[in-house]
Design a protein around this ligand. Sequence first.
Ligand code: HEC
Length: 483
Amino acid sequence: MTDSSIEEATRVEAAKTLLGVRRYDPNIVPFVGALLTTDTSDSLRQQLVQALGAIPDTSGGGQLVDHFSELSTTLQLNAFAQIVKRSVWTSLLLDALESRQISLNQLGSANIHRLKTHSDRDLAKRTLILIADIRGPEEKEMEHLIATFSQVVEEPGNLENGRTLFATNCGTCHKFNGEGGDLAPDLTGMGAHGSRDLLTHILDPNRVVEPNFVSTSVETKDGEILDGIVVGENTSTVMMRNVTGTFEIQKQDIQNRRSSGLSLMPAGFEALGSDGLRDMIQYLCADDSQYRIIDLQTAFTANSQEGIYANRQSKKESLRFKQFGIVRVDGIPFEIMHPEKSQTGKNVIVLKGGRGYSKRHPRKVVAKTNIRAERIHVLGGVGGWAWPFGGDKYKGRDVVRFTLLFEDGLTEETVFRNGIEFADYNGRANVPGSREAAEIVRYGQVRWFSVNVKHDSIIKSVTLESFDNEVAPTFVALTAQTR
Ligand code: HEC
């Protein structure tokens, strides 16, 4: 079974046969578990994960938990899916989190959300307590650090100095306005998040990390330690990337491989000092100072990587985004959230209506804000079963009530209509109240339009409420244009 010259299917069968007789020898399950970290192919290990997940007693899940940190990101997702199938195994996973053998970042926010909402109430409760214990003290310290700089980074800075600081400290990994490396997300347009949000990302890179960017540490047999993100692997080699470039390591040379649980982005940029941070953040925000992205994480109702309308299994019935992160539509920055980065694993708002699964979405969602805006730009304007579906008899029907609540208690309301602002996601039908947002989805369309804000006061929240009729209205992003 450890002989890599034997065909994969045969080796998997051998492992399954062995697992079948595990009660005769307590070493069998750990033996198969250890195969997860030897120089086998990803597909073989994937099948081993499944074989271990199919053992009904604690030992299989125990192996998956024990070797979790040593698995690739894809395998970790597979192993997680097996572990949460059983409460006992999930409990072992929580033990490993508690002892810091596995870090929260390795799990990623979507998986943490699954633990927090585990159908076993006790486990869900234990997760919440555990996370507060792990994150609480760190977060408190970070909040303190962020508070120290949060005033000064709002002030005007020296943009030329900011540009230099960015090039030397960040440009090796990040691109901005076309310049820099491509190891990390392109930061062009990030300024629309506002200076406070950027400050948080810069000082606390480990707060939310996409599992793809968690760094791995490899120790070779001759004692060399290499850090970076794993970008690919096959039977004999692991491909990694870091600031020095992309490199390959032979698996036979690897002594030890562990996920660090930390972002590849280094911590400690407070060393730039308040003037440095201000100049750099002002430089990053300069082009987008009139825009502010509205955080929709509490409002998202569905994951675009699943079906979002008639049923969750039908992945084609969704908005299939070409890319995630900041996109510019006719000059306006919008953020298309990656579901793995979102706190709930969801990244679009689909409101109740239509048929099937979309009838189970909430009818109304609220996003909190704290901005004084002149206009709100909406990326969405499409729906399941929207016009021209069903023909002209549904044209002009109300689909969504959009309500702004201001600091002084006043509200402002606008109603969006089928065949006016909203059109079917499936196809590219044109409607007079919105425009197609080009290059956003692989199939069908997403549209955009703007709502003028009359009242000049701070907006505390935005509410979207469907009329729960034939249309399941859908929103991707909201960006405010400030006064
Ligand atoms: C060694 C590479 C590296 C360096 C240097 C680095 N970053 Fe990052 N940064 C990353 C990676 C990888 C991510 C994505 C994963 C994450 O969120 O941790 C990231 C994420 C970010 C994000 C969040 C992006 C998003 O789409 O949510 C911001 C903002 C950011 N970095 C700013 C900076 C700034 C400003 C500097 C310089 C002071 C910097 N980074 C230096 C690697 C780096």
